[in-house]
Design a protein around this ligand. Structure first.
Ligand SMILES: [Zn+2]
Length: 594
């Protein structure tokens, strides 16, 4: 991390020399970056355009061409207008890639003339994130597009800005049309996400050639390729000792301690049984081959100890610092042979989760006795960050990644009530780890936590940027500059009122449990309804606005009826159900429709 910080300083200086920006101006920019953009006079002075052209001296390359397409797509979706038409009054955006002119992925935005904005980067990813920043600070309406007035150099502080898509239970990522998922991935890339993670969960399949496994691999490969096309690296997650449902009974793992928390499918494999490790390695090789043969070359592999997984037999215990560690070393070796350059992330999820089982201490001991064979440690929990890492150095002094839970916390079913913005909670959890981590991967169950994803993307980019500033930029971009303050206020209330949970009888939702204290459900709903009246049709029909407004409606209406869904609530659940493509969804990700 220290090296990175040095590089940032040098990079900033190099950028100043190149562009001729003075040190004083640069300092001012750093302050501006932290301030809230006021929707004051500056908006009135902004020009509105109906035509935008891109200018590049060199051939744009694949990623930059895609970036330009994404830009035009979003402009068209947001205004209904086509900005490709030629005009003398067009805005020109000049894209410059100057190798090594600034740190990787960084960008500089400058207004370089009347109707001329330039975005400079040292690589195509920097151009992508610069175009994202320009879009996110712009204003869209029926009269056109007013480009953002944000100028300066922006350098990402955390290099690992991953997003984990859970692709199970027939949630959105599992069943929505691939082009919808692809567009969503592009929109996350604009916020700076540079790595997409998925898990091929074996336990429901007989083997890699099971038709259901083939269909899942095809689906995951499409998602990963969409990530790659949007400038992302690709990460495959694996349970270290996972098994297919056909795993030999005599090789199966014993339940680890704390099974209620750590979970178990019952088909996991014990690596200490003769033939156990060999079977696990064979499965890993087959899985890597399956993705390679679909043209997806994996950049990172995350190995998971539990949830589900682990083995509680005498020879594997304590799993985290014994059986798991020996096994992950072998998997790492295999993966490096199969995919040269692949990086290995060792997850410590649910290590010592209730009591000290010696897992953290054992891992630290192993990595001080021998050079670590992994490149990163990943750690987090459903609630507080693991105390071991707050009080001790990272084992092997490896770079640390977090794994924030943004989807499932304190609400059921996940996404069942629309948006679940958690800015204050995210801020509190982030503040504790922001100086310790090299990035991370929020855990996502669907599109309903879009705001939380954006919050983390920006935490990773600029560690001290506040959740408040991020949410304000988000709502001004997605919904309305003019009404941003009211929307942010409503989001604050929604977070305080978070906690709707459906209760079921024989699989049918019968009641929604509503938190006892009301922090202003009526106020939040009224604020958003008033904004809704003033939004352009094209904006108010967008899914991001609908899930936010629906959430405010549920908070209010369900309080009126003591949790019994009325017509408004039933219609809302139905709308979410269609939006998530939840026709086959399991209860956990299915809005509580009757
Ligand atoms: Zn075992």
């Amino acid at each position: 991390m220290n090296n990175r910080r040095e590089f940032l300083k040098k990079g900033a200086i190099a950028g100043m020399v190149l562009s001729g920006v003075t040190a004083a101006n640069h300092h001012l920019f750093a302050q501006d970056q932290g301030s809230v953009q006021s929707p004051g006079n500056s908006i009135l002075m902004r020009n509105s355009y109906h035509s935008v052209s891109f200018d590049m001296t060199q051939s744009p390359g694949i990623l930059t061409s895609r970036t330009i397409n994404i830009f035009y797509r979003i402009l068209k979706e947001r205004t209904g207008l086509d900005f490709l038409i030629k005009s003398d009054q067009a805005l020109t955006i000049k894209l410059n890639i100057v190798a090594q002119s600034m740190p990787p992925e960084a960008f500089r935005i400058e207004k370089t003339g009347e109707r001329l904005i330039s975005i400079t980067a040292s690589d195509p990813n920097g151009i992508l994130y610069g175009v994202g920043k320009l879009l996110h600070t712009s204003i869209f309406n029926h009269s056109g597009f007013s480009p953002g007035t944000w100028e300066g150099l922006s350098v990402p502080e955390k290099l690992q800005r991953n997003i984990y898509f859970a692709t199970h239970f027939h949630n959105f990522y599992h069943t929505a049309p691939v082009d919808k998922v692809t567009r969503y991935i592009e929109e996350l890339a604009l916020w700076g996400y540079n790595n997409i993670e998925v898990w091929f969960d074996m336990h429901g399949f007989e083997g890699i050639n099971d038709p259901k496994a083939v269909a899942m691999t095809d689906r995951l490969a499409l998602i990963l390729r969409a990530g790659k096309d949007a400038g992302m690296k690709i990460t495959l997650c694996m349970l270290a000792n996972e098994g297919y449902n056909s795993s030999p009974v005599e090789l199966r793992a014993k339940p680890p301690k704390q099974i209620r928390l750590r979970g178990r499918y019952g088909v996991e494999i014990c690596p200490s049984q003769p033939g156990g490790t060999a079977l696990i390695l064979k499965q890993v090789e087959e899985e890597l081959n399956a993705f390679n043969s679909r043209g997806v070359m994996v950049d990172f592999l995350v190995l998971w100890p539990y949830d589900q997984g682990g083995c509680g037999c005498d020879r594997c215990t304590p799993w985290g610092s014994n059986g798991y560690l020996k096994l992950s070393k072998k998997i790492g070796e295999l993966a490096r042979n199969k995919v040269p350059g692949i990086k290995i992330i060792l997850s410590t999820w649910l290590f010592d989760c209730v009591e000290d089982e010696g897992e953290w201490v054992g891992l630290a001991k192993a990595f001080s006795a021998e050079k670590p064979w992994v490149d990163y440690i990943q750690a987090d929990s459903h609630e507080r960050f693991p105390r071991y890492l707050i009080n001790n150095p990272v084992p092997g002094n490896l770079p640390l990644l977090n794994f924030p839970e943004i989807s499932m916390w304190e609400s059921w079913p996940w996404g069942g009530f629309g948006a679940n913005p958690l800015p204050q909670r995210s801020q509190r959890l982030w503040d504790e780890v922001k100086d310790k981590v090299a990035g991370g991967a929020p855990y996502s169950e669907g599109i309903f936590e879009d705001i939380n994803k954006v919050i983390y993307s920006q935490f990773y980019w600029t560690r001290d940027r506040s959740a408040y500033q991020i949410v304000r930029e988000y709502v001004a971009f997605e919904f309305s500059h003019e009404h941003a303050d009211d929307i942010v206020q409503a989001i604050g209330i929604l977070e305080r009122n978070h906690g709707l949970k459906a209760a079921y009888k024989s699989g049918t939702p019968v009641k929604i449990n509503v938190p006892i204290v009301d922090h202003g459900a009526k106020k939040a709903y009224e604020l958003l309804k008033a904004v809704d009246k003033n939004l352009a049709d094209i904006t108010k029909k967008g899914w991001r606005w609908r899930i936010l407004l629906l959430r405010a409606m549920f908070d209010y209406e369900l309080r009126q009826t003591n949790g019994v869904p009325n017509k408004a609530a039933e219609d809302g659940f139905r709308e979410l159900y269609l939006m998530y493509h939840a026709e086959q969804a399991d209860q956990s990700v299915r809005p509580p429709v009757k």
